[in-house]
Design a protein around this ligand. Structure first.
Ligand code: 6GU
Length: 228
């Protein structure tokens, strides 16, 4: 998996890159690279954004700047680039990220994530350069960077070996293995704390019963659609 993140704040990703599942993914051949819009702007003084036509607050990321950054990275017209790889704009009004969309992205060889800042993107960026628009929730962040990290985190941990523990990502909250249901409850030592115990079945060593109990619990937590 090769992920390119286009951003005005590449430094934000330095910390993220040091996280275990990310270093694991990179060690296994994945890459997470940042492209700084500002490094490729054709405008003076590193300008990347401008005031909105028609007036209003804030600044809008310019289409010519995003085109220059995409061309510099891919050596091609961004209109053609989106035909061969997913180019995903992070924008609060986009399609809500869920486990199904994460699975889709994780199945790709290459992803491009475009972060906007300030008031967002010139609409022509979304219309002509992007294959997807993704949001991580119905609230507004100051920019797409944190949302891009959420996407990268969710995608990279799906890759084989990223968690260092093969099964961990398979039967987990919202996964198909649990029929889209939230995960079952977990317990660890101590088996009793302040009189709060642990369900007996988990201490029974009876694996079939434990499995049955967990699926039952996942179903009870609700949200699942197809668990039977
Ligand atoms: Cl993807 N971007 C911004 N700026 N705000 C958001 C978001 C994305 N998703 C939820 N809020």
């Amino acid at each position: 998996m090769q992920i390119d993140v286009f951003t005005l704040f590449p430094g934000w990703f330095d910390w993220f890159r040091t996280q275990r599942h990310v270093t694991n993914a990179v060690a296994l051949g994945s890459a997470l690279d940042c492209v700084d819009y500002r490094a490729h702007t054709p405008l003076k003084w590193g300008q990347v954004d401008d005031t909105p036509f028609g007036g209003g607050a804030g600044m809008v990321l310019r289409v010519d700047v995003v085109e220059a950054a995409l061309r510099a990275r891919y050596g091609d017209d961004p209109v053609a680039v989106r035909e061969r790889r997913r180019v995903i704009a992070l924008t609060p009004g986009g399609r809500l990220l869920d486990d199904g969309l994460v699975e889709e992205f994780a199945a790709e060889e290459e992803l491009t994530l475009l972060c906007g800042r300030y008031e967002g993107f010139d609409e022509r960026i979304l219309d002509h350069f992007c294959s997807d628009q993704v949001s991580i929730g119905r609230y507004v962040l100051a920019g797409g960077e944190l949302a891009a990290m959420v996407v990268c985190d969710a995608v990279l941990r799906k890759l084989p070996g990223a968690l260092g523990h093969e099964e961990s990502a398979q039967e987990e909250s919202f996964s198909a293995a649990l029929g889209g249901a939230p995960e079952y409850p977990h317990y660890t030592r101590p088996a009793e704390w302040r009189g709060w115990g642990v369900p007996d079945v988990l201490l029974s060593g009876h694996h079939a019963k434990i499995r049955e109990w967990r699926h039952e619990q996942a179903r009870h937590r609700g949200g699942g659609e197809s668990l039977s």
